[in-house]
Design a protein around this ligand. Structure first.
Ligand SMILES: Cc1cc2nc3c(=O)[nH]c(=O)nc-3n(C[C@H](O)[C@H](O)[C@H](O)COP(=O)(O)OP(=O)(O)OC[C@H]3O[C@@H](n4cnc5c(N)ncnc54)[C@H](O)[C@@H]3O)c2cc1C
Length: 240
């Protein structure tokens, strides 16, 4: 496995449980938008996180890491990635942005920290010459699961970009959509013709249950099963 040394350039918390971490690689890194990095710990575990920016446009590699108190691996990652620490990274993932994707609509359906992979795809897409639309639906259980993401305002100025934010159990103050990601997305995607649905690349990022349920509903709605992409189809645990 090819590994890369890197230094933690920043490590900040965005809300009660999401850590935004930036790495400065010390050597050239071959990672494409939408792929994932593995943070390789001293005990040999390589813990996967989607790259949260377009690595081809930045000197830094960013991650959004959710702190799950019941998990051992994510806690070790958060401890090992304090600002200034040296870490070992690996890159992997079979789903990434290629120039072929410029020719078709792009649909990103994500829960919680899944926005990380979506941000990477959106940055790659908007920087490309593609005139095709990109649609994002970002959801969670309640307000605590959607953290501040400054890029949303900037993306919204681009005519190719459309987005819905949705919550299953919002508070009374919530002014966006209510419901699951797939229910909201199917309402938000009524503009897509059957031909566009059959050609669109769709990336679904969330828990295995969310991914399976979302893909089943999209297939019923005319999206091509081969184009319903999720890392869980390929991910395998690796150790150093
Ligand atoms: C492709 C992919 C992308 C992901 N992207 C993100 C993201 O952007 N943000 C986010 O917050 N989470 C992401 N996750 C989930 C994240 O990797 C953790 O699974 C999650 O934080 C839960 O951590 P945990 O502590 O419960 O560990 P677990 O889910 O139990 O393990 C996490 C990983 O740690 C390693 N590991 C754990 N135990 C062992 C062991 N005994 N031996 C060897 N290796 C071990 C394995 O690589 C395992 O996959 C992603 C997962 C995958 C598969």
């Amino acid at each position: 496995m090819q590994t890369y040394p890197a230094v933690v350039a920043f490590h900040r918390t965005l809300n009660h449980d999401v850590h935004h971490i930036g790495f400065k690689p010390l050597t050239e890194v071959d990672i494409k938008p939408g792929q994932y990095l593995e943070v390789c710990l001293d005990n040999g575990w390589c813990v996967p996180y989607s790259v949260g920016n377009d690595p081809t446009q930045s000197q830094l590699l960013e991650l959004y890491v959710q702190h799950l108190p019941e998990g051992d691996a994510n806690i070790r990652v958060i401890e090992a990635t304090q600002e200034g620490a040296e870490v070992t990274l690996a890159a992997n993932g079979k789903i990434f942005y290629t120039p072929e994707w410029d020719k078709v609509p792009l649909v990103l359906l994500v829960a919680g920290c899944g926005i990380s992979q979506a941000r990477s795809f959106i940055e790659a897409r908007l920087a490309s010459g593609s005139a095709q639309p990109v649609y994002l639906c970002w959801g969670g259980g309640d307000e605590r699961e959607l953290f501040p993401l400054e890029q949303l305002t900037q993306w919204s100025k681009d005519k190719r970009f459309m987005a819905d934010l949705t919550l299953d159990r919002p508070s009374d103050e919530w002014t966006f959509a209510k419901g699951t990601v797939v229910d909201t997305a199917l309402k938000g995607l009524t503009w897509m013709t059957p031909k566009e649905r059959s050609r669109a690349k769709v990336v679904v990022t969330g828990s295995p249950n969310m991914v399976d349920a979302t893909r089943a509903r999209l297939a019923e709605a005319g999206f091509a099963a081969d184009n319903l992409l999720a890392d869980q189809d390929y991910y395998q645990v690796r150790t150093l």
